[in-house]
Design a protein. Structure first.
Lengths: 330, 133
């Protein structure tokens, strides 16, 4: 297929072209390859802000209020809302727009709902590609709202420059705050619903957790060295009220602060490198998995191996090694 | 249709109509039929709906109307879709649509007209069989 017309229209900031290209990259990975190949050189202008948090913590409402402020400042915004796909039927109910209704008619705003289509980690396979399309579409900021996450859906920090995690008062105790996963990837902790009791206690719990974190820095192994941004930046905490917009100015100041921090320390560069590495790894995994699936369904050797494993004269690990040999990529 | 393609449906309630049980049941049923359903809630203006169609690029728009304002609102929505060059989206209206209003709405390109008591199966089949792309 030839996508040059759509891409031309995307470069002219035409919303329908952006929307159609997003549909195509969501549905067809081969087409996605072709499209990203042609637009990649125009990417890199948008700032990516990730918003994550447990279901019901107020992500959509928070983003809605934030949107209002940023659009009033004259920014062009892209918003990607990821919701879960049913593992049983493959269908999805995407309801984030309900809370963003006020903004439907704005020109400098593009909201897109995405189903995660079974991908773990809080995002969809095509989320990276959709970010790029909205970047080329001319968005100054792209906000990515993840699936309502538990404790380990952390993929967002591989895609976003700044990650805000939403928490709410009176939910979870202080042990939740020192568990691994979501709490480790956060640049800004947002305690939402600050009008509820227990807000200050939540803030105190997080700041205690952060103190612990900073006094135990020595445990960095290779993995954490790779993602230095979480080690060098001390996460900030802010309490907000998404219904009234209270303290959103402070939140935006912190975002700016973090943005400058990344630039001044040069971390943004190593961050970019990691992002590219991660994204390529994802693509490779996908491509290799396709190859392996094709091989397994078509190669007659495989059937023999399976029988050997059934006889217990081969084990699954050894069979995997034999398949790697067949692929010729050892 | 590429192998990863999912049918994307926008379910919405235009105008001053708060009765959305039907829309929710429908959204849920279409989800269970393997479709990706966006529900935008109640009190959508025609502009809201058309802007959402532009951004979300759905295959189907399902308007749920029990307020009696279908003759006023539906043609406006169709007109605005046309203005934006959108002609490959199936637009269906359901809810309380009297028989005598159907020819008028059909003339404006609307389909469906599923009312109370329709089996969900019927609506799912209707969506699958009437896609425009």
């Amino acid at each position: 297929m030839d996508y040059s017309d759509l891409i031309e229209r995307l470069l002219n900031n035409e919303p329908r072209a952006a929307a159609r290209l997003i549909t195509i990259v969501e549905n067809d990975i081969t087409a996605a390859e072709e499209i990203i190949n042609s637009i990649y050189k125009y990417t890199g202008n948008a700032y990516i802000l990730g918003v994550t948090g447990a279901p019901g913590s107020g992500k959509s409402t928070f983003i809605s209020t934030l949107t209002k402020i940023l659009v009033e400042q004259g920014k062009k915004l892209g918003i990607i809302c990821v919701d879960p796909t049913s593992p049983l039927t493959g269908g999805a109910l995407l309801g984030d727009r309900i809370r963003m209704k006020e903004h439907f008619t704005l020109n400098n705003l593009f909201i897109r709902s995405m189903a995660n289509r079974g991908q773990l980690g809080g995002l969809a396979r095509a989320t990276e590609d959709v970010i790029k399309i909205l970047d080329v579409y001319g968005c100054d900021i792209v906000i990515v709202e993840t699936v309502g996450v538990g404790q380990s859906e952390v993929d967002i920090f591989k895609s976003a420059q700044t990650v805000a995690v939403l928490l709410q008062p009176e939910v979870g105790d202080d042990i939740q705050a020192i568990k691994a996963g979501i709490m480790e990837i956060t640049d800004i902790f947002v305690v939402n619903k600050m009008d509820l009791p227990g807000t200050d206690r939540k803030v105190a719990e997080i700041s205690q957790m952060l103190e612990l974190e900073s006094s135990f820095k020595y445990d960095s192994n290779d993995f954490s060295k790779e993602f230095t941004k979480i080690r060098k930046w001390t996460p900030e905490i802010v309490k907000v009220n998404s219904k009234t917009g209270e303290n959103f100015d402070i939140f935006l100041e912190i975002v700016d602060h973090h943005k400058n921090f990344l630039k001044e320390t040069g971390i943004i560069e190593s961050y970019e490198k990691n992002r590219i590495k991660n994204e390529t790894l994802q693509i490779l995994k996908h491509k290799l998995a396709k190859k392996v699936e094709k091989l397994i369904s078509s190669n007659s050797e495989i059937e023999k191996y399976i029988n050997l494993v059934m006889d217990k004269s081969l084990d699954p690990y050894s069979m995997a090694n034999l398949i790697i040999k067949l692929l010729g990529i050892e | 249709m590429p192998e990863g393609r999912k049918i994307k449906v926008l379910v919405c309630k235009p105008g001053l109509d708060g009765h959305d049980r039907g829309a929710k049941v429908l959204a849920r049923a279409l989800r269970d039929a393997g479709m990706e359903v966006i529900y935008t809630g109640i009190h959508n203006t025609p502009e809201d709906i058309v802007n959402t169609v532009i951004q979300e690029d759905p295959d189907v728009v399902m308007l749920s109307m029990l307020s009696g304002a279908h003759n006023a609102l539906c043609p406006v929505i169709m007109e605005k879709l046309k203005e934006n060059g959108i002609n490959d989206v199936l637009v269906a209206v359901g809810g309380i649509i009297p028989d005598e209003d159907k020819p008028f709405l059909e003339k404006h390109g609307l389909k469906g007209f599923h009312g109370p008591g329709t089996e969900l199966k019927t609506i799912i089949e209707f969506v699958k069989n009437n896609l425009k792309r």
